[in-house]
Design a protein around this ligand. Structure first.
Ligand code: GLC
Ligand code: CA
Length: 552
């Protein structure tokens, strides 16, 4: 069997160049700095880096407002530095994904400037205009509470333009064939510079019919066009979609035969996972896992805990959402856009190491490929004094040096967390590297093990009844090998009894993380005592999967 689908068993780490590390001392992270930290990432076991936008931008939405798709913002370095960076990643066996933000541009983009100032310009039709104020101008905002409308009047164009996101992000007319061709050109450009694919921003909005009074309609075929182009140019390249959609449309994004996008973030599981951790009730999570189970063999979910945005709980029932708010973000200032929590992971758990490990163990063992957020490997905190999502985007905490070793400037791009239990004096890479029991070293070990359990990325999963909703027990099978993972969601110890159907091998469960293995009784029943928030990973029968591989 050939294992070319690298993303099926990858470990993705997302970071923003701006806040990772600053090499030239101007207070802004840069590619020179990032290159000096590639060994850190490789040492942790990361196999792919996802970079948030680094292209020239007025930076009014943390770079998600791009003014030139073919460049590097000079604050971060040059295109030359970028190529050195992708090369440095390749030397270490790591791939690079970059954000592809093509639902909209910055209002400063020369395309928009040409479009608004000259009705005859070919760029006029690259955006969405209306002579009159559309009736639904006050509907469909992505950032309710901050964003007032989805249409703004432009005094130069004497017309209204559509913006799904902030008003300074005019939507591209993505059904215009010229715009589509430009999107391909952008992908082709970065592929040529060494990236292995894209995290595609806001996919449902890119493929939606846009315009005043447009009927709700998605152009899914666009996804096939993007994907085909990409794989013609570079066979291993992928698109990882940001598409927070209902499970019954997932297959439209993957394509019935896997001919559309290779990966999607599993937002459905993400929200129900937090519900499960808030209430110790695994049942809605099980439902979400079942609802997102079927996918083509070549497709893959991205499983994550927190990302650079708010923890969006919009798909939970109101009561469920309130339960998550109450547990992890009770203060209104911790909440955002009437639907989510803007905190980092560690403070949501009051820094409780048991809960952090449980959460990461769950993320690593849910069907898919784990996506980590920078700083979460050391349990970084947030700064709720910063607006909106910036609270969870503060600079990486490297050491106890001034400004956490992020910069020698006294004006970091965002303030470094320097007070309280999450201050860099307490939470930093240098200290955790020296401590064998630190979260960082735990993370490195769990990542190493995750990569040695390809059953999770490739295999089929089923639920094993542990007899109680506060314990989640799952089993993966692949190539006649079997792995069993169990998680106690509650603050009490739990004893569970169960049996596994796997021939004679079912009698022995070999613990992959410590040495308390389990042997069944004569009838094949196992009894396991889980400590509060405890978790176990076992290989059924215990042999390494390679040894049992059926010859093909
Ligand atoms: C996506 C990004 C978010 C950004 C928005 C507009 O949702 O994740 O950070 O603000 O798109 O580009
Ligand atoms: Ca710098």
């Amino acid at each position: 069997m050939i294992n070319d689908l690298w993303y099926k068993n990858a470990v993705i780490y997302c970071l923003s160049v701006a806040t990772f590390i600053d090499a030239n001392g101007d207070g802004i992270g840069d590619f020179q700095g990032l290159m000096q930290r590639l060994d850190y990432l490789q040492g942790m076991g990361v196999t792919a880096i996802w970079l948030m936008p680094f292209q020239p931008s007025p930076m009014r939405d943390d770079g998600y407002d791009i003014s030139d798709y073919y460049g590097v913002d000079p604050r971060y370095g040059t295109l030359g530095d970028f190529v050195e960076f992708t090369h440095g990643c390749r030397q270490r066996g790591m791939r690079v994904l970059i954000d592809l933000v093509v639902n909209h541009t910055s209002e400063q983009h020369p395309w928009f400037q040409a479009a608004r100032s000259d009705p005859e310009s070919k760029y006029r039709d690259w955006y969405i205009w209306s002579k009159k104020k559309p009736k639904d101008a006050a509907k469909g905002m992505v950032f309710p509470g901050v964003q007032k409308s989805t249409w703004n009047h432009d005094s130069v164009a004497h017309a209204w333009y559509f913006h799904r996101f902030y008003e300074f992000q005019p939507d591209l007319n993505t059904s215009n064939p010229e715009v589509q061709a430009e999107i391909l050109k952008i992908m082709g450009f970065w592929i040529q510079l060494g990236v292995s694919g894209f995290r595609m921003d806001a996919v449902p909005f890119i493929i939606a019919a846009k315009g005043a009074g447009a009927k709700i309609q998605e152009h899914y075929n666009m996804l096939r066009t993007f994907r085909e182009f990409l794989t013609w140019r570079e066979g291993e390249a992928i698109i990882l979609a940001e598409a927070n959609v209902l499970p019954n449309t997932d297959m439209k994004y993957f394509g019935a035969f896997g001919e559309r996008l290779q990966m999607m973030f599993n937002f459905e599981v993400n929200q129900h996972l937090f519900y499960a951790m808030a209430t110790s009730d695994s049942r809605p999570l099980v439902k979400a896992l079942r609802a997102t189970k079927s996918r083509p063999a070549t497709s893959q979910w991205g499983q994550f805990l927190r990302n650079h945005d708010e923890l969006d709980l919009g798909r939970l029932e109101p009561k469920q959402r309130q339960a998550v708010f109450a547990a992890f973000g009770p203060d209104p200032n911790m909440q955002l856009y009437n639907r989510g929590i803007r905190r980092r992971l560690s403070p949501m758990f009051q820094g409780d190491r048991r809960r952090l490990e449980l959460a990461y163990s769950l993320m690593m063992t849910l069907p898919g490929t784990p996506v980590l957020r920078y700083g979460d490997e050391i349990g970084m905190g947030d700064n709720l004094a910063l607006p909106e999502r910036n609270c969870a985007r503060t600079p990486m905490q490297w050491s106890t040096e001034p400004n956490a070793g992020f910069t020698i400037s006294d004006k970091p791009i965002l303030p470094v967390i320097s007070e309280g239990p999450y201050g860099f004096q307490h939470i930093n890479v240098a200290d955790q590297r020296r401590d064998p029991h630190s979260l960082l070293n735990w993370m490195e070990r769990i990542i190493r093990m995750r990569k040695e359990v390809p059953e999770i990325g490739w295999g089929d999963f089923s639920f094993v009844s542990a007899g109680r909703p506060d314990v989640l027990a799952m089993r993966y099978t692949w190539r006649n090998n079997s792995v069993f993972c169990v998680h106690n969601l509650c603050p009490e110890p739990r004893e569970i009894h169960f049996s596994i159907d796997h021939g004679e091998e079912r009698r022995v469960l070999v613990n992959l993380l410590s040495d308390d293995h389990s042997e069944s009784d004569a009838r094949g029943r196992h009894s396991i005592l889980l400590e509060p928030y405890g978790y176990r990973w076992y290989r059924v029968g215990g042999l390494d999967y390679l040894l049992k591989r059926t010859p093909v």
